[in-house]
Design a protein around this ligand. Structure first.
Ligand code: ADP
Length: 220
C-alpha cells in the first residue's frame, strides 16, 4: 500500500534511534516509511511500520523511486556511518524536502549537516547525557531542559508544602518556580491551582529557571 506522503514521515536509518523514533511516530498516529540497507533490520520492522524498504539512501535514483521528495518531513537517523549520513543529507536537500531532521553523532558531524542546510540537527547522545547528568546530580525523578536555562522537573512534593495550599506555600515567591501539575494518590495528573493542597507522597511537575527547579527538587 502506498502511504500519503504529505502527512507522513520517512525515517532513513533504522538503528536504535531511528527504530525507536519510527515506532513512537506510529504509536502517535503518524504513518511512517522506514528505509534501511540492512535486510534483518527491514525484516524485523516489517508490519510494524506502515512501509519498510530495504534501500541504500546514498543513491539519488533510489530516493526518487521512493518519492522521498514528496514527503514534508524526513528524519535522517544514520549516525555511525558519517559518510552515508552526509551523502544522504545532500540528496534530501537536492530533492527539496521541506523539513529535514538529522541525527549527528558529534559536533563535527553536526556542523557539516548544518552547513549543508539541514533544517534541524539533533544530538541525541549529547542531549541525553546532559539530561541524565541532571538526574544523577539531583533528586528529580525526571528532568527536561526546555531551552537553555529553563527546565521542567518531576519530583516528590517537599514537606513544607504538605497539607497547605500553593498560595500559602508561596512557592513562586519563595522558590522562583511554578508548580504546573501534580499526581495525586490515585495516580491521576491534575493541573495545579492556587488553592491546590498537596499531600505527602504526591508528585509535582515544576517549571522554572534550571537553577531554581533543581534547587527545588533537592528539597525534602
Ligand atoms: P543507532 O546508533 O541509532 O543504532 P546507527 O547509526 O548505528 O544508529 O544505525 C544506522 C542505521 O542506518 C543502521 O541500521 C544502518 O543499516 C543504516 N544505514 C547506514 N547507511 C545506510 C544507507 N546508506 N542507506 C540506508 N541505511 C543505512
Amino acid at each position: 500500500r502506498r502511504i500519503a506522503e504529505a502527512d507522513s514521515v520517512a525515517v532513513i536509518g533504522l538503528g536504535r534511534f531511528g527504530t525507536s523514533l519510527a515506532i513512537e511516530l506510529m504509536d502517535s498516529g503518524t504513518e511512517v516509511l522506514g528505509i534501511d540497507e540492512d535486510e534483518d533490520m527491514v525484516q524485523s520492522l516489517n508490519g510494524v511500520l506502515t512501509q519498510v524498504v530495504r534501500a541504500d539512501s546514498t543513491r539519488l535514483e533510489v530516493l526518487e523511486q521512493l518519492a522521498i521528495g514528496e514527503f514534508d518531513r524526513v528524519v535522517l537517523a544514520i549516525g555511525s556511518d558519517i559518510t552515508a549520513s552526509i551523502l544522504t543529507a545532500s540528496l534530501l536537500l537536492k530533492l527539496d524536502v521541506p523539513v529535514i531532521w538529522a541525527k549527528a553523532v558529534d559536533e563535527r558531524h553536526g556542523a557539516v549537516l548544518e552547513q549543508l542546510g539541514v533544517h534541524k540537527v539533533i544530538y541525541p547522545e549529547k542531549d541525553m547525557g546532559r539530561r541524565v547528568a541532571h538526574l544523577v546530580r539531583g533528586a528529580a525523578a525526571d528532568y527536561l531542559e526546555i531551552d537553555k536555562g529553563y527546565a521542567v522537573v518531576k519530583t516528590v512534593v517537599p514537606q513544607f508544602l504538605h497539607d497547605i495550599t500553593l498560595t500559602e506555600g508561596a512557592v513562586r515567591h519563595a522558590h522562583g518556580v511554578t508548580i504546573a501539575a501534580y499526581r495525586d494518590a490515585k495516580g491521576s495528573w491534575r493541573n495545579a491551582q492556587a488553592d491546590t493542597v498537596l499531600h505527602d507522597g504526591d508528585i509535582v511537575l515544576v517549571v522554572g529557571p534550571t537553577v531554581e527547579v533543581e534547587r527545588f527538587a533537592q528539597l525534602r
